[in-house]
Design a protein around this ligand. Structure first.
Ligand code: ADP
Ligand code: ZN
Ligand code: ZN
Length: 738
């Protein structure tokens, strides 16, 4: 039996759980307080189970009786796994997003460390040719071109290749590798470095004046906190500015953290970083397996990876000596986590930079209104690259009025002619249609019945090639109806166009050209997007057709025509951010045109050619378009002029969420200094996945007031009678109100 005198102190532990408090534990039997620092992980008894928590503080005493405290089972680290810097960032994020510290800390860790694995870099499998493999005569593989391709890749490589390197360079390599292994040509090893090898090299172009002054401004900001908005039109060479900033930071012996929206969508950026810098790069994104993520994370922490490139959650990567944070495509919605711990990686990154006393650069051709507003208020330094780099000139943009025009499968004759014209010149055409699947739904031609999802207020999308109707909101699917359930008619027709249908129409119309479709369906397989982009890079006279995946900063120098098939979708969206989104999307897609030597052309099909927002966009002036939107926002008292949070609730009945939110609102009105509470109203899509959803908007004109209110109010909501019957959550700085 242990006695009280065995314990010198109390460990305060943050544990992932919906409970916001910190839990007190005693030291494990055989350790002493002096060995313990905040940031170490512990395995603790928790209720009837065990959990992994992080020590956040050491105390002499507890508000509970010692006899009621339990000792931790096990100390998992011998130094702080969560660095002091990340601890305080997590503390801040927990307060700011009103989310339990234990959950926030867990979210900063890669999965395996969260589960309690030891914090060591563990071996990763790599592949290389053995002597027999090196000696293989290429001719002997004439009949197996894929095997030959992989063999030659390995012959060229100057070191063994790991899975992610192979992934980048060879589609579906695993099966082929097995054949080579069977032939006895391969040796495998477990290697502890996971960092991507460099295969190409790249020399920087001379910077133009705008790039140079941006680089100078970033250079002089090093060593102190500053937010800089790098506002550069598409093709203006923002990447060169990032490179120069990273180079300066590396020269000082510091590390750079680069956040990107989705690495899978930006393989080119990655390749350019690899080619430019000869230092190891650690990658952190969901395409990696757990082991690789853990290794990258540990190598970033140890300072072994001078450059870290990652997606949203990489903002919490511990870095030994961080010198700068760069955020590419800062306007991208994927930086905001939309469930659970609903943080915005851009905002967390700004806080982190402030805390670390380093600059942060936010880059975009279409900055978010928040960032533009901050720049105009002087809180961010505004760096602009107003022109395309090199010889590329901006494309011409025209609206095609499709009112009363005959559309063939969604294409006006003007659009079809333009496509033909560019193809005839051997150039590439990019067509943008932000709807995947064959058609947005199925309609009965006799009675007008529409195929709706039974679990959502939404249509089922027709996926013809897979013979399915599928809901894009809840993923439920069923066979395509053969008969109308209302009138029995068999005349059911696809209604509207998705990418699958448009691709079908294009291949009929342009049988001699290759059609490359890029959307979530065509790129589901790992490496598929890279392979498709590679085809685009290598080919001529092709048509690329795709969804917003095409808007993600790809450099497609042979594309001279960009056609936007339906600009009207975004004009009348439910959400107050719809127009901002639509403008960003159109400008980003248009930005793919004419990035090489030939001038680009952009054609936009619309039923509203007089719409001021569209006209703002086609004048090439995102700044003016954004100014107009900012004016609207300030008149409507919306962000960034006001601060908002959204309380969401959902349940299996329509009434409950509404009742819960009304009670929450009334409770809020009772508090001193309440924020403005608007609602509750049903969510834009009230029913989703069989549950009814409603929301209450909380607004205040300054941030402190909003947070003071939330701090008083949220802890009380758990006492409401319906609090356990509805699922509810708070979303601070909500990005989507629908
Ligand atoms: P952005 O990210 O701003 O859209 P990129 O960084 O992809 O633009 O640059 C677009 C193209 O311009 C790239 O091919 C890049 O190599 C080239 N480029 C960048 N800076 C220069 C420069 N100063 N001179 C010539 N070409 C440049
Ligand atoms: Zn019918
Ligand atoms: Zn559904």
């Amino acid at each position: 039996m242990q006695t009280v005198s065995d314990f010198a102190g109390v460990l305060q532990v943050a544990i992932p759980s919906p409970l916001p408090q910190i839990f007190d534990y005693l030291l494990p039997a055989n350790s002493v307080m002096a060995q313990i620092v905040p940031g170490m992980r512990v395995r603790v008894p928790f209720g009837r189970s065990q959990k992994i928590g992080v020590i956040v503080a050491l105390a002499n005493d507890s508000q509970f009786e010692r006899a009621r405290l339990k000792p931790v089972f096990e100390l998992l680290d011998d130094t702080a796994l969560v660095s002091a810097e990340i601890q305080s960032l997590a503390q801040w994020a927990s307060r700011y997003y009103h989310y339990p510290l234990g959950e926030v800390l867990a979210a900063t860790l890669p999965t395996l460390l969260r589960k309690g694995e030891a914090a060591h870099v563990s071996g990763e499998k790599v592949w290389a040719l053995n002597a027999a493999g090196m000696a293989v005569e290429p001719n002997s593989l004439m009949r197996a071109p894929r095997q030959l391709g992989l063999l030659q890749l390995l012959q060229k490589a100057d070191k063994p290749l790991n899975a992610s390197a192979l992934e980048l360079q060879f589609e579906n390599w695993r099966g082929i590798m097995r054949s080579l292994v069977d032939k006895g040509w391969i040796e495998t090893q477990e290697q502890t470095t996971l960092l991507v090898p460099t295969t190409e090299t790249d020399t920087p172009p001379p910077l133009n004046d705008a790039q140079q002054s941006a680089c100078d401004a970033i250079g002089s900001a090093l060593g102190g906190f500053q937010s800089l908005l790098l506002d550069g039109v598409t093709g203006s060479g923002k990447t060169e500015v990032y490179f120069s900033a990273v180079e300066k930071v590396l020269q000082k012996g510091q590390q750079a953290l680069i956040l990107v929206p989705e690495i899978g969508l930006t393989p080119q950026l990655l390749r350019r970083f690899q080619a430019r810098f000869s230092v190891p790069i650690a990658l952190l994104h969901s395409g990696l397996n757990d082991k690789a993520r853990k290794n990258s994370w540990l190598q970033a922490k140890a300072g072994d990876a001078p450059i870290v490139i990652g997606t949203r959650s990489a903002v919490f990567t511990p870095m030994r000596n961080l010198g700068i944070i760069l955020i590419d495509e800062e306007h991208d919605l994927s930086f905001k986590q939309q469930d659970g711990f609903r943080y915005h990686a851009r905002d967390v990154a700004i806080r982190r930079a402030q805390q670390a006393g380093i600059p942060i650069v936010l880059g975009s051709a279409t900055p978010s209104l928040e960032s533009l507003h901050n720049a105009r208020q002087g809180r961010f330094q505004h760096l602009t690259l107003p022109e395309r780099a090199g010889n590329a000139i901006p494309p011409t943009i025209r609206l095609l009025d499709v009112c009363q025009q005959k559309l063939t499968e969604g294409f006006s004759s003007m659009m079809l002619q333009a496509i033909q014209h560019h193809l005839d010149k051997g150039q590439q055409v990019l067509l943008f249609l932000n709807r995947r699947g064959y058609a947005p739904t199925l309609i009965c031609h006799d009675c007008g019945w529409l195929a709706n999802c039974q679990r959502c207020d939404a249509h089922m999308i027709l996926h013809k090639s897979r013979h399915l109707l599928r809901c894009h909101h809840c993923d439920s699917q069923r066979r395509i109806d053969s008969q109308c359930p209302d009138c029995g008619s068999v005349d059911l027709r696809p209604l509207g166009q998705g990418t699958e249908r448009a691709a079908e129409a294009l291949s009929e119309r342009f049988p001699n050209n290759e059609i490359i479709r890029i959307d979530r369906d065509s790129t589901r397989r790992k490496g598929a997007l890279q392979a498709l982009l590679k085809q685009v890079e290598d080919g001529r006279g092709q048509i690329l057709l795709g969804t917003q995946m095409l808007a993600k900063g790809h450099h497609l120098p042979n594309v001279t025509l960009v056609g936007i098939l339906d600009a009207d979708q975004g004009l009348f969206g439910l959400d107050f951010r719809s127009s901002e989104r639509m403008g960003q999307l159109i400008i980003q897609v248009a930005g793919r045109a004419g990035r090489g030597d030939s001038r680009g052309e952009v054609l936009i099909q619309t039923h509203h050619p007089e719409h001021p927002l569209l006209n703002g966009i086609i004048t090439h002036d995102y700044g003016r378009f954004a100014s107009d939107l900012l004016l609207e926002r300030s008149q409507a008292m919306l962000p960034p002029f006001r601060h908002i949070a959204l309380l969401r609730a959902e349940a299996s009945s329509r009434e409950m969420p509404n009742e819960f939110l009304s009670a929450a609102r009334d409770m809020g009105f009772q508090l001193a200094n309440p924020a403005e509470l608007l609602g509750p109203i049903p969510a834009g899509m009230e029913k989703r996945a069989g549950r009814y959803r409603a929301q209450l908007l909380i607004q205040a004109d300054d941030r402190a007031r909003l947070h003071n209110f939330l701090r008083q109010w949220l802890p009380q909501l758990g006492q409401l009678p319906l609090a356990k019957k509805v699922r509810w959550s708070i979303d601070v700085d909500a990005m989507e109100l629908s």
